[in-house]
Design a protein around this ligand. Structure first.
Ligand code: SF4
Length: 333
């Protein structure tokens, strides 16, 4: 077992992370255009906590997740994991760091090699990191199957012989194989039936407790994120527009975009007596990340936009009451 981070320590720190994809110049312009998938994100994740990242499809949350574990090279900025700057490490120097941070993918069907047996899929990272001889690896794989609620008798089955929920358990077992501190889970339940989602979310919670894991949990579903996250970061057009403790953010969003997202979520968890949120229907399309609006990225759809919003980009800063939002006119001070 590697030493665990105590809950107050920062395990992961992203500073002004950008991921831009240059596009080919079109026939009308000689300028190369740039898709700004992640555009200046800074955040911290403390050991043992779950940070949820939410936003609509295409907001850059999956790209950010891959940047955080350096599965994607950064265009700019810096990522520190466990006190070490991993953004500039060579492939060779990154290798010993890799076991400590793992990714769980959205679609278990697509992320598991259909031609390999489930046991071999889980064993792969153990072999890469030279865990031990064949017998030791087999024992460890059987142990991991047990930990995620799969029968060790099914080690030799192929992915298609498992249900969707079981396939996601294989993906989780594989991520756990190297005894990581951090797991970035990218929409890990969105491809599953609602009835199975709860089981897999409970498994994530149990594993976090048992192994003191730290999660970055990426989802578009605010309901899902609320149940698993200590804090939540809301993304829009490659930027974090609000980042706060889960309950505070759900009760009183400080950013107009968070308010609109929440207004579309049924508030069944707040009890029958809780005041109902007024539904806010955003007008206009999400702008193309190649042609981001000047100033605030949300200004073209924001019902509260004023002149300043078009000229100055708001930064994620604390309000007087200690909330963190990127808005010139936050909904709460
Ligand atoms: Fe709306 Fe302006 Fe705040 Fe952006 S900065 S969210 S446009 S009020």
């Amino acid at each position: 077992m590697t030493a665990r981070t105590t809950p107050s320590e920062v395990l992961l720190r992203a500073s002004d992370v950008t991921k831009h994809y240059p596009l080919r110049a079109d026939g009308f312009s000689r300028h190369r255009r740039v898709l700004r998938a992640v555009d200046g994100v800074s955040l911290e994740v403390r050991g043992g906590e779950t940070l949820g990242i939410v936003g609509e499809s295409g907001c850059g949350k999956s790209t950010l997740g891959r940047c955080l574990v350096r599965l994607t090279e950064l265009t700019g900025g810096r990522v520190e994991f466990d006190g070490q700057d991993i953004s500039t490490l060579s492939t060779r120097r990154l290798r010993p760091v890799r076991p400590g941070m793992q990714l769980v993918f959205q679609d278990p069907q697509a992320s598991l090699n259909p031609r390999r047996r489930a046991g071999d899929i889980v064993a792969e990272p153990l072999l890469v990191h030279r865990y031990g001889d064949a017998a030791a690896v087999r024992r460890r794989v059987a142990e991991l199957f047990d930990v995620v609620g799969l029968a060790a008798a099914h080690l030799d089955r192929y992915p298609h012989e498992f249900s969707g929920g079981q396939r996601q358990r294989i993906g989780i077992a594989r991520a756990l194989a190297t005894n990581p501190k951090l797991i970035v889970a990218d929409e890990p339940v969105s491809a599953l039936d609602v009835s199975i989602q709860a089981q897999v979310l409970n498994l994530f919670a149990d594993l976090q407790e048992e192994f003191a894991l730290t999660y970055v949990f990426i989802a578009h579903d605010l309901g899902v994120v609320r149940h698993v996250s200590d804090r939540i970061a809301v993304m829009y057009l490659g930027e974090i527009v609000e980042l706060d403790e889960t309950e505070a953010l759900y009760k009183e969003p400080a950013h107009p975009y968070t308010q609109a997202l929440l207004s579309a979520v049924p508030d069944i968890d707040d009890g029958a007596d809780a005041p109902r949120r007024e539904r806010i229907v955003l007008t206009g399309e999400v702008p193309n990340p190649v042609d981001k609006p000047t100033g605030c990225p949300f200004r073209t759809r924001c019902p509260y936009a004023r002149e300043l919003c078009a000229t100055e980009r708001p930064r994620l800063t604390p309000t007087a009451s200690g909330r963190h939002t990127a808005c010139h006119f936050p909904l709460i001070d």
